[in-house]
Write a protein that binds this ligand. Structure first.
Ligand code: NAD
Length: 476
């Protein structure tokens, strides 16, 4: 049976605990491999390796670091099939989604490998008797904790700006999807990344996370995952005043006005809640539809949903649910919706039949006639489950959209350019997408309002989140 090991200081290392976690293939419900279950000692070893590699990496010219990042990107593209196969087997994604995510993985490395060369401080004029300037320094060793829904993509999103700015890294992928990042670490080294600059420690969050936070050589944590784990991490980090970037969950509103192109909106709104089997932090899972087109629009939407192909095939629109716990959580929401008096307009059950075998597949599910106070409209399901909510007018749409503890993303469908800007300005969300629901560009900053987190990943802004600003004040 294959065993996935830690990757520390350029070597595969067994966990000091001697323990391994069973990894089950979500497409078949069969054990696939074993993954190292590390303890605090392994984290300390990885942090020591990252600290030893720091001075040389930090002091390299930005253009030198950038060139290595671009070389890693090329290597990722050349190894797209191999990396994709590992990640598909661990997540249950179909090939089409996987190809998109590998492409984005390479794009992060290319973007930050180039843009780091433009990262400058400012000269601040306080009068002729001073020369004042700012410079950006890396934090040092950065801890990166990652979820299972888009493993390499989420990893590259944090790793690329952190490396570009001269930090070294200890990364912890999810215990459910560890293989692709270990492979990425090896491939990065073959492409020229010095040993110890990127270390991968595997294991469960409540053990590895606190060990990372309490190690004094770790100077910054980037966390992508659930609100619950983000809160726990935040409490520990507060003890050390350790800066965090938190990318957490969502319950994003996707608003369809009567003046929109309704076919495009119905198609886009279907992708919004089913892409990646709905296991997408920014998924548009609250569909807000203007009253006077409500019935007509729901009918169109259901036609697009009915045309979806999902399952284990490579060409499927979406694939399996990645973890058993998540598969069970989605089913618990079906029961919650039933208790709230809702009947699904479609779906509402696990997929069964020979094509699905014992895999963890969920039918695309639409609940119409939902009100925003229902539990299904308030909590993140993280599966292909949509709540359709009606609204009266623009003000009502904004009120309902903002009535959520989350604020990660939002969609607007309208041909009225004035309305688009008015509504975009009022929505409490870190990313607004208009007349489509995707917009995964590495150049655009992303992150949460409210409980969806703080700090920003992606875009030029991320360079600021992996560096600290220093003012130098010189009396002439
Ligand atoms: P999770 O919080 O359970 O796990 C995320 C990571 O944190 C894993 O590596 C896990 O091992 C670790 N972890 C768990 N408990 C921890 C603790 N107490 N201390 C430190 N680390 C801990 O989340 P998940 O189930 O892997 O991912 C799904 C969640 O992630 C969803 O809520 C989703 O919305 C969110 N997410 C957000 C974004 C974003 O960019 N905002 C992207 C992807 C996923």
């Amino acid at each position: 049976m294959e065993r996935v090991m830690n990757y520390i200081g350029g070597r595969s290392v067994e966990p000091s605990t001697g323990e391994y976690i069973d990894k089950v293939d979500p497409r078949t419900n069969r054990k696939q491999k074993e993954v190292a279950s590390s303890g605090p000692q392994d984290v300390d070893m990885a942090v020591a390796a990252a600290a030893a590699a720091l001075p040389a990496w930090r002091d390299m010219r930005p253009s030198g670091r950038g060139r290595i990042l671009v070389d890693i990107a090329r290597s990722v593209r050349n190894s797209a099939l191999r990396l994709g196969d590992i990640e598909r087997a661990e997540t249950g994604k179909p090939g089409r989604e996987m190809a998109q995510l590998i492409d984005l993985t390479a794009q992060y490395l290319e973007f930050y490998g180039g843009i780091v060369n433009t990262m400058d401080g400012d000269v601040i004029n306080v009068g002729p008797d001073y020369h004042v300037y700012t410079r950006r320094d890396p934090f040092g060793v950065v801890g990166i904790i990652l979820p299972w829904n888009a493993p390499l993509h989420q990893a590259a999103r944090a790793i690329a700006p952190a490396l570009a700015t001269g930090n070294t890294i200890v990364a912890k992928p999810s215990e459910f999807t560890s293989g692709s990042l270990v492979e990425f670490g090896k491939l990065a080294e073959e492409a020229g990344l010095p040993a110890g600059v990127l270390n991968v420690v595997l294991g469960v969050g409540p053990v590895v996370g606190p060990a990372m936070v309490s190690n004094p050589a770790v100077r910054k944590i980037s966390f992508t995952g659930s609100v619950r784990a983000g809160q726990e991490l935040g409490k520990l980090a507060a003890e050390r005043i350790l800066p965090l970037t938190l990318e957490l969950g969502g319950k994003s509103a996707n608003i369809v006005f009567a003046d929109a192109d309704l076919d495009a909106a119905a198609e886009g709104s279907t992708t919004a809640f089913t892409w990646n089997s709905g296991q997408w932090c920014a998924a548009g899972t609250r569909l807000l539809v203007e009253e006077r087109i409500y019935d007509r629009f729901v009918e169109k939407l259901l036609a697009y949903v009915a045309a979806l192909r999902f399952g284990p095939e490579d060409e499927a629109s979406y694939g399996a649910i990645t973890t058993r716990a998540q598969y069970e959580k989605i089913q618990a929401f079906f029961e919650i919706a039933r208790r709230d008096g809702l009947t699904p307009a479609t779906g509402g059950k696990v997929a069964s039949g020979p094509a699905f075998g014992d895999g963890w597949f969920i039918e695309p599910t639409v609940y119409a006639g939902v009100t925003n106070d229902m539990q299904i409209a308030r909590e993140e399901v993280f599966g292909p489950v949509l709540s359709v909510i009606r609204f009266r007018d623009e003000a009502d749409a904004v009120r309902i959209a903002n009535d959520s503890v989350f604020g990660l993303s939002a969609g607007i469908w309208s041909r009225d350019i004035g309305r688009v800007h008015r509504v975009a300005a009022q929505l409490e969300a870190g990313r607004i997408v208009v007349n489509e629901y995707g917009g995964g560009f590495v150049q655009t900053p992303t992150g949460g309002y409210k409980s969806s987190g703080y700090g920003r990943e992606q875009g030029v802004e991320a360079l600021g989140h992996y560096t600290q600003l220093k003012s130098v004040i010189i009396r002439l």
